[in-house]
Design a protein around this ligand. Structure first.
Ligand SMILES: Nc1ncnc2c1ncn2[C@@H]1O[C@H](COP(=O)(O)OP(=O)(O)O)[C@@H](O)[C@H]1O
Ligand SMILES: [Mg+2]
Length: 171
């Protein structure tokens, strides 16, 4: 299993999905988030933070990187204002990867700077205003992390849980 697609019908469902990932993350894991403005990346990050014991996650658009002390060190980045991977390295932001769980919004801005082993989450518009299609893909051997995440997302009798709708081969 390398790629799986979820449908979310509300910001709450997206947060729930984020929480499933938060429960699965360890130090050294990286979640790279793709998708435009309002796609739900920060909603997802809030859920990740909540599951790690961090309640004040908001978009670090101006500070670019925000570190939180949860169950493990959690670094939340927003690369929107960066223009290249070089800029990311110049700011020394890559130092976080080996010592924290790192979530990067607007990961396309700095794609070359991302660790090879990562979970990619692509947020796309769905039907209507509130539906989002969230595609999770394991890169560079992150398959076990993806499986753990999918398992947590499907566990429990939570009525808002998103459903995995496809299980597609790696593309
Ligand atoms: N299914 C959904 N998932 C996430 N956000 C949603 C959803 N439906 C509506 N929204 C709304 O879309 C916006 C998403 O904002 P945000 O998470 O900050 O996006 P991004 O970080 O990608 O720019 C919020 O206003 C949220 O309430
Ligand atoms: Mg955001």
């Amino acid at each position: 299993m390398n790629t799986i697609e979820f449908i979310s019908h509300s910001a709450n469902e997206t947060e729930f999905l984020g929480a499933a990932l938060g429960k699965s993350l360890n130090i050294g894991d990286c979640a790279a988030l793709f998708g435009g403005l309002g796609a739900g990346k920060t909603a997802f990050a809030r859920g990740v933070g909540a599951a790690l014991g961090v309640s004040d996650v908001c978009s670090p658009t101006f500070t670019i990187s925000m570190e939180h002390e949860g169950r493990i060190p959690f670094v939340h980045m927003d690369a929107y204002r960066l223009s290249s991977a070089e800029e990311f390295f110049e700011l020394g932001l890559d130092e976080a990867f080996p010592r924290a769980a790192v979530l990067v919004e607007w990961a396309d801005r700095i794609q070359e700077a991302l660790p090879e082993r990562r979970l990619e989450l692509t947020f796309k518009e769905g039907k209507g205003d509130c539906e989002r299609v969230i595609v999770a893909r394991a890169r560079g051997g992150a398959d076990a992390l993806l499986e753990k995440f999918v398992c947590k997302a499907n566990v429990g009798a939570n009525c808002v849980r998103p459903r995995a709708v496809t299980d597609r081969p790696y593309m």
